[in-house]
Design a binder for this molecule. Structure first.
Ligand code: BDP
Length: 721
């Protein structure tokens, strides 16, 4: 009798080989991989440092901390570490808060705990009785959980913990992901599959991914999530959906993550049957108050609302002759008594206003400074136009000292190559955070505006538009995960360097091997500049394909509104290229504080990276390299595309150091990136050449097709719309 066919045996073999490493390397585990450390000496050292664990407390948060420690240590060290009641021997890991753990309460940590607030933690090697132990202490259970994740990270990244002494507190209170997810599971500007939220099956079926999503967020300290698109659908506020929202909130709660929703401003009309959504109308006020109370019956710790109003066609208070503050305050009064907040977006611009789009948010919001309720944050994109590969910081930062300003970054790569280009966004985030606004003189960096060190607001916040979908590896590109990670780490502590964040992420996600780390880290750190060079060098912006925003489209001039045309932004003509935003032009420079204004106002002092953002510059203008602008533009485009080829070469060298699955995945995506970088280069250079009338420098290869070829390329069914 034949028991097994050859095929079955083969399948069995494949399964066994997978299970010996535990998992297929499909990226699902993100940076929380916990594979056994390769170096036996390290394993031995960590086992000595953590021979048993005392973790007191019963809350759900303590339970998930226990789960994570169990999973992490078993994986990393290859053995179960037992939980005990007493620090009976050297190398006991003592975890908890003074209120849940007698042992923690008995240690001399009072002074330190007094400095770390509700979410901070201390990890310290301390003598307990006669033995040396490591303590993870916090004031709250969620602080303990953050400490546990940090401790596991130390081991994952091979840190020496023999003298560990880390006091860690978040610099910003609200660290929030914004999902632009629709109720039909499409994701606006999402490139990683469908929405994670399976509304149809919720609340009864809850995918295991929800918990893993929460773990990943908590591991980097993200403590809030806005579930729905800023282009909002009022349906989310109905009982049918609130029940589903509650199911998600219940899963996220133990991980310290609060749920927020987007509020469609016209909801009182659309679903409440009212004739108006005027924020000063008593019936409207009562409707939102009642609706908010209803939401809190489903989600007792509901975080509040995010609102896009009077922007790109969304309804808002201005429809009724009211201001943004009137609208925000009405909602703030509704959620305030329950501890909720309102994040009111400043992303507003109107094609009927005959002014530079880049100026409009400032013009509208600055006069409202001081008129918002205490529980309102004004959420401002990093730059004044729209999440471009590079923009100068938004002039509203520092300009509204009486209002807490919340940073909005875009993690999803709407304008940065979707989920096929490798670009490490920590560089972009840091560049904005560390731009000096001069609001209170030198040293008034954007980070200090949003972390309250400048104006001492009670509320502080930072948001990132998520790049997460239901693709197996969450973000589409394996390196897209690094941007989710980087956002979280910088939201917690913006002083971390890009280098450190890349280093941590690579070690946890791929390998601690230096032969891998060094070249790949270098590649990541250079990747944003590379992308800027092949897409929008020297301050160019908003020259992508119309509407879907895929690929180059510097020729776009037929959009339904002028401020959606590329030609509006680059203003190329026979004389030169660039948007004159100087005091002689649109005067956008004057929205910055004087030293910044003056710096941007002159081509002599304007950083070259922002040259064409602020100036219309003649083609023969001499740039810093000594080349004329036209030549420099060509060299930047060609240099960018060439750097992608170098990225490919670098990636090929690390093949032996990582698994084949992820190696091939990244290798193939680099092929796409290389092709598209050349596409951007050729299309843009040929297009701008039609104005400059100058030759492409002779040492650069000529584009294979004429300009018309690129103009004619049409893309249908582009994801993310
Ligand atoms: C733009 C996106 C659009 C968003 C908008 C926003 O193209 O899909 O709705 O930003 O932030 O960049 O509201």
């Amino acid at each position: 009798m034949k028991l097994f066919s050859i095929n079955t045996l083969l399948l069995l073999f494949v399964l066994i080989s997978f299970s010996s490493s535990g998992y297929a390397e499909d990226g699902y585990r993100l940076w929380l991989r916990y594979d056994k450390l390769a170096d036996p000496a390290k394993v031995a050292a960590y086992r000595n440092a953590v021979s048993q664990i005392v973790l007191d407390g019963q809350s759900e948060t303590i339970q998930v901390a226990r789960e994570e420690l169990t999973l992490g240590l078993k994986g990393l060290l290859g053995t179960d570490v037992s939980f005990v009641n007493q620090a009976t021997k050297e190398g006991t890991l003592i975890v908890g808060t003074p209120s849940t753990s007698k042992l923690i309460a008995s240690l001399n940590l009072k002074n330190q705990l007094a400095t770390i607030g509700n979410e901070g933690f201390i990890i310290q090697r301390t003598k307990v009785g006669t033995t040396q132990n490591i303590v993870i202490a916090a004031n709250t259970d969620v602080g303990v959980l953050y400490g546990v994740f940090h401790f596991l990270r130390l081991i994952q990244t091979h840190q020496d913990i023999s003298a560990v002494n880390s006091v860690n507190t978040p610099k910003i209170n609200h660290r929030i992901l914004n999902h632009w997810d629709n109720l039909n599971r499409t994701v606006e500007r999402g490139y990683a599959g469908a929405s994670l939220w399976d509304w149809h099956k919720l609340p009864d079926y809850t995918s295991p991914r929800y918990k893993d999503y929460a773990r990943a967020n908590a591991s980097v300290g993200i403590n809030g999530t806005v579930l729905t698109n800023v282009n909002a659908n009022a349906l989310i506020l109905t009982p049918q959906y609130l029940e589903k929202v509650a199911a998600l909130a219940n899963i996220f709660r133990p991980y310290g993550i609060r749920v927020y929703l987007t509020a469609r401003f016209s909801a009182p009309v659309e679903m409440g049957g009212l004739k108006t959504a005027d924020p000063l109308d008593p019936q409207v006020i009562a409707w939102w108050k009642q609706k908010t109370e209803e939401i809190y019956t489903y989600v007792p710790d509901f975080g509040g609302f995010l609102v896009k109003a009077n922007s790109e066609g969304q309804p808002g208070p201005q429809n009724y002759g009211r201001t943004h503050a009137d609208g925000a305050n009405m909602l703030a009064d509704a959620v305030g008594p329950k501890g909720g907040i309102v994040m009111w977006r400043a992303f507003v611009y109107d094609n009927k206003i005959p002014d530079d789009r880049a100026k409009q948010a400032y013009t509208e919001f600055k006069p409202l400074d001081g008129t918002f309720r205490k529980n309102v944050l004004v959420q401002v994109k990093n730059g004044a136009v729209d999440f471009q590969p590079r923009e100068p910081f938004h002039p509203l930062f520092g300009a509204m000292p009486k209002t807490p300003m919340m940073m909005e970054f875009q993690i999803t790569q709407e304008y940065l190559g979707f989920a096929t280009h490798m670009v490490f966004l920590a560089s972009l985030f840091k560049e904005t955070l560390y731009a000096d606004t001069y609001a209170k003189g030198k040293g008034s960096e954007v980070a200090k505006v949003i972390d309250r060190s400048l104006d001492k607001h009670e509320l502080t916040g930072i948001a990132g538009v998520a790049n997460i979908g239901d693709e197996r590896n969450w973000c589409g590109h394996p390196f897209g995960q690094a941007n989710w990670y980087a956002f979280g780490r910088l939201a917690w502590d913006h002083t971390l360097s890009e280098d450190q964040i890349a280093d941590e992420w690579l070690r946890m996600t791929f390998s601690n091997d230096n032969r891998f780390l060094k070249p790949v880290k270098e590649m990541m750190l250079a990747s944003r500049e590379t992308l800027v060079n092949y897409m929008t060098p020297l301050g160019l912006h908003h020259i992508m394909g119309y509407n879907h925003h895929y690929g180059p489209g510097p020729w776009v001039n037929q959009a339904s509104r002028p401020d959606w045309n590329s030609v509006y932004y680059h203003k190329a003509d026979s004389i030169g290229v660039g948007f004159d935003r100087t005091t002689k032009g649109s005067d956008a420079v004057s929205q910055y504080f004087p030293p910044v204004r003056d710096m941007f106002n002159s081509t002599q002092t304007c950083p070259e990276k922002f040259l064409l953002w602020f100036h219309h510059v003649p083609w023969d203008y001499k740039t810093q390299s000594g080349r004329i602008l036209w030549d420099e533009l060509c060299y930047r485009y060609y240099g960018g595309a060439k750097s992608v080829q170098q990225m490919q070469q670098t990636w090929n060298t690390i093949q032996p150091m990582i698994d084949a699955e992820r190696f091939v995945h990244v290798k193939d995506l680099l092929k796409v990136q290389e092709k598209e970088a050349r596409w951007w280069r050729d299309a843009c250079v040929l297009y701008f050449q039609s104005f400059s009338k100058r030759p492409i420098p002779s040492d650069l290869e000529k584009p294979p097709y004429p300009l018309e070829h690129y103009v004619k390329i049409k893309h249908l069914f582009v994801p993310g719309i």
